[in-house]
Design a protein around this ligand. Structure first.
Ligand code: ADP
Ligand code: FBP
Length: 311
C-alpha cells in the first residue's frame, strides 16, 4: 500500500490568459478545476497505474466536498479527516502567448491537534511493511514544521519506506529524519543551502551530501533541464523530453508517484527513472492538474534518455 499524506489539499483552478498584463483588466480564455495538493496528485496517478494507494489528510467545507467527489469519480481511494472552514483554492495562470506558468497558492485552513492525531492514526492504519508512505506539500501555518520529520521517524521505526517532497523548514527537518527518498527541485535545494548553484554538477554535489542523513535516493528535478537521480553508488541524469507544455503543475507529483510505485514494486533504479520521467512528461502535456494516463506514460517511457554521471 502506498499511503499519501496531504495536510494542505487544494482545488487547483487553472485559468488560461493571452498575454497577462499587470494593473490591467485581463480576460480569461478558459477555466478548469481539479482536485489537487501534492499527495492527492500522487495517489491519483498511482491509482491509474494500477497501484494500491490511499490519500489521507484533511479536507474542509464545499471545496473539500468537491475534492472528495472528484477523487470518487476517478476511483482514487481516500480517507480524509473533515475539519472546520474551507479547503484552499490555488490559482494557476497559464499564459498561452508568453508561455509562462504561474502558481498562486493559498496558505490553507488551520488543523487542530485532534485532527493531526486522527491523520496520524490513519497513516498507521493503512501503512504496510512492504509499502511506502509519501509526505508531500505545504502545511497550514499553525502546524509545526517538524511534523513530517516526526512522522517519518515513526514510520521508519516500523521498517516502512518514506518519501518526502516539501520545501523550506519542512524539508530541512524532514531530511534530518532520514526518509528513503526525497525529491527536491533545484529551487528547493538552493533554498536549503541558501546558495545559488552555478552548474548542474555543483547542485548535484551539494545534493549528494544529503545522503549522509540515511537517505537512499535523491531525485533532484530541474524542470525543463531534466532530473538527477542520486544514490550512494551511482548518479544518473535524465534529460527532460521536449514537448508542448500545457501545464507544468503536477510534473513533480507525477515523478514522486512513479518513484513510489516503482519502489513498492521493487523495480530497478533504471526502471524507476524511466517511469518517473515518462510520468512527468505525460503530466505536462495535459491541461490543468491532470496526471498522465497509463497509455501516455507507456508512450514516453520508451523515449526517456539518461546517462551515468561521474562526478
Ligand atoms: N518545460 C518542461 N519540459 C519538459 N519536461 C519538463 C518541463 N518541466 C518539467 N519537466 C519534467 O518534469 C520533471 C519535474 O519537473 P520540476 O519542475 O523540476 O518539478 P516540480 O514540479 O517538483 O518543481 C522534470 O525533471 C522534467 O522531466
Ligand atoms: O502544498 P503546496 O506546496 O502549496 O503545493 C500545492 C500545489 O502543488 C501541486 O500539488 C502541484 O505540485 P507539483 O507541480 O510540484 O507537482 C498542486 O496540485 C497544488 O496546488
Amino acid at each position: 500500500m502506498i499511503v499519501t499524506v496531504t495536510l494542505n489539499p487544494a482545488l487547483d483552478k487553472t485559468i488560461q490568459i493571452d498575454t497577462f498584463r499587470i494593473s490591467e483588466v485581463n480576460r480569461v480564455l478558459s477555466v478548469r478545476e481539479d482536485a489537487g495538493g501534492k499527495g492527492i496528485n500522487v495517489s491519483k496517478l498511482i491509482h491509474s497505474l494500477g497501484g494500491e494507494t490511499i490519500a489521507v489528510g484533511a479536507v474542509a467545507g464545499a471545496v473539500g466536498d468537491f475534492i472528495e467527489k472528484q477523487l470518487d469519480e476517478l476511483g482514487t481511494p481516500h480517507d480524509f479527516v473533515h475539519t472546520e472552514g474551507n479547503t484552499r483554492t490555488n490559482t494557476k495562470i497559464v499564459d498561452i502567448s508568453l508561455k509562462t506558468y504561474t502558481d498562486i497558492n493559498e496558505p490553507g485552513t488551520p488543523l487542530s491537534q485532534e485532527a493531526l492525531d486522527q491523520i496520524e492514526e490513519k497513516i498507521f492504519k493503512y501503512a504496510t511493511e512492504d509499502g511506502v508512505v509519501v509526505f508531500s506539500g505545504s502545511i497550514p501555518s499553525n502546524v509545526g514544521k517538524d511534523i513530517y520529520g516526526r512522522w517519518i521517524k515513526k514510520v521508519k521505526a516500523k521498517g516502512i519506506k518514506t518519501i518526502l517532497d516539501a520545501d523550506g523548514e519542512l524539508l530541512k527537518k524532514g531530511i534530518e529524519a532520514g526518509p528513503y527518498l526525497i525529491k527536491p527541485n533545484i529551487h528547493e535545494l538552493e533554498m536549503l543551502y541558501n546558495k545559488k548553484f552555478e552548474t548542474r554538477e555543483e547542485a548535484i554535489r551539494f545534493a549528494k551530501n544529503l545522503l549522509d542523513y540515511d537517505i537512499e535516493i535523491i531525485a533532484l528535478s530541474m524542470g525543463g533541464h531534466g532530473c538527477a537521480f542520486i544514490t550512494k553508488d551511482k548518479i544518473y541524469f535524465a534529460k527532460a523530453i521536449p514537448v508542448e507544455v500545457k501545464s507544468t503543475v503536477g510534473a513533480g507529483d507525477s515523478m514522486v508517484a512513479a518513484l513510489a510505485y516503482a519502489i513498492q514494486k521493487n523495480a530497478s533504479l533504471k526502471e524507476a527513472i524511466k517511469l518517473a520521467v515518462a510520468a512527468a512528461t505525460a503530466s505536462i502535456t495535459n491541461e490543468g492538474t491532470q496526471m498522465g494516463t497509463k497509455d501516455q506514460i507507456e508512450f514516453w517511457k520508451d523515449r526517456v534518455e539518461f546517462e551515468l554521471l561521474v562526478l
